[in-house]
Ligand binder design. Structure first.
Ligand code: ADP
Length: 189
């Protein structure tokens, strides 16, 4: 039997959760997609979300692109969740890792912060994130998890959504996020 990987911390009135699994199965108000600038779908979590959510998501993406063009790195937009349990998908574009001197950490921080700000603006109370940029975009996961967790914790201290959940695809990614969380927040608040 495999143990359920699940960690929760309170950040003021908000809950921060780490879990392992497939983000397309999450019952939250919105899931975040690690999209690319074209918003036309792709591999990894992007492909999984479009497959599970169906064509309505791409229709919304096309409408957005016809208005604003491609989505710059670090920005976020929102669409329907289509057939997903989550009502909405927030699409953001994380940075490609070029070695760390191309502003990658600040751009990753923007991706998280702009996604959270958009969620708040839309009245969304529960949000699930994948590990943005750590797949095809090759951002080292230990560094990325530090940026991800620090940005979410800082945001929740000022804007208490009900819950922000990180849904890590592999047990190893979950362990990395958990280790970094324990370093950032040594004792439960
Ligand atoms: P990026 O291009 O931003 O690196 P990827 O989709 O390649 O995006 O990878 C981001 C992370 O999403 C990786 O850690 C990958 O393992 C993870 N991932 C892939 N599919 C899923 C899924 N269905 N649910 C949650 N995470 C996923």
């Amino acid at each position: 039997m495999t143990e359920k990987m699940y960690v929760q911390r309170k950040i003021g009135h908000a809950t921060l959760t780490l879990t392992q699994g497939d983000i397309t199965k999450e019952s939250v108000d919105a899931i975040v997609n690690a999209a690319n600038s074209s918003l036309m779908g792709g591999g990894g979590v992007d492909g999984a979300i479009h497959r599970a959510g169906g064509p309505k998501i791409l229709e919304d993406c096309k409408r957005i692109v016809s208005k604003i063009g491609s989505l710059p790195t670090g920005e976020a937009v929102i669409t329907t969740g289509g057939n997903l349990k989550a009502c909405k998908v927030i699409h953001t574009v994380g940075p490609i890792w070029y070695g760390g001197n191309q502003n990658e950490p600040a751009l990753l921080e923007n991706a998280y912060r702009n996604s959270l700000a958009l969620a708040k603006e839309e009245g969304i109370r529960t949000v699930a994130f994948p590990s943005i940029s750590t797949g095809a975009y090759r951002f080292p996961i230990e560094k990325a998890s530090d940026v991800a967790l620090s940005t979410v914790i800082e945001f929740l201290r000022e804007h208490p959504l009900d819950e922000v959940r990180f849904v890590l695809f592999s047990p190893k990614d979950f362990e990395t996020y958990n280790k970094v969380l324990n370093r950032i927040l040594p004792s439960p608040e």
